[in-house]
Ligand binder design. Sequence first.
Ligand SMILES: [Zn+2]
Length: 333
Amino acid sequence: MQLECETCGASLRVEADKRTAVCPYCASPSVVERPPAHDRPLPHFVLGFTTTKESAQGAVKAWLGKRSFFVESGVKAGTIDAIRGVYTPAYLYSAMAQTRYAAQIGENYQETETYTTTDEKGNTVTRTRVVTRTEHRHLEGQHATYVMDVLVVASRAVPNAELEAVEPFDLRTMRRYTPAVLSGWIAEEPTMTQDECYALARREALEKIGRDLSGFMPGDSHHGLTYETRLDRETLELLYVPLWVLAIRHHPSKPPFRVLINGQTGAIHGKPPLSWVKITLAVVLVLLLIAAPFVLAAVRDSDPPGRGGAARPAVPAAAPGGGSRPAPTGGAR
Ligand SMILES: [Zn+2]
């Protein structure tokens, strides 16, 4: 059956007996049944789950345990039973890239120079030292490469950056898609258009080319690298990637907290919501600890004169009167 989340827009395919009351991506209860859409493209490939639900739950538990004490308490209390395995749609992009680039290449060389200085006795002396200098030269050229294995999300429910955070997937285990693979799992149909995914993929491809170019620049340093890339022979293939998803609604008015776990490698990503009450209390506590010695010192400084003010005059007053000519001593003699 086909379900749609009215909150995040996920379009989920689940077996009738596995129907879910809340969206696995955002924990929203606004999940409604929809007739299947027939215009959605079918995936070419699928990457299977190789980790179990138990190991994913264990990973989340350990991960949450390591998060700071500042996480909202609702999150730790949130049940990790809600974790779901979801086949998330993604596109695999490849293209030929022709790049023209230009940069300033720096070559270091060493030179001995003489300089004058004053020695310990105050005399002006001439000495030599070895200094490193950089010579810059202009470099430009062309670079052709085949960009492959750029993976971008095709689901509106998961931002591409979140998928990137748990990549890479082991693409060698990719199999042809058959509907039987999805049996027992939740699968999401692509909710982003191919054009949107092309745009995401091209951006990722260009960033990768930039990193590669920067990596193979000669010389000891470079700056001002610019490049222009033409992408052609582009392909975009739909595949399902395995994700363990845990969504927790820790607060009714805030967006849900979500953890994604790569269903192959166990790589985990999520940003636990921080509790501002706990953070504020901790800041106040730290300030108190920092201030404590000064406060104590101030109390000590101000306190004795207060008490001493009464005590000190009493001592000299007592001394001339009773103590300067110790009558008891004299009298004892
Ligand atoms: Zn949702």
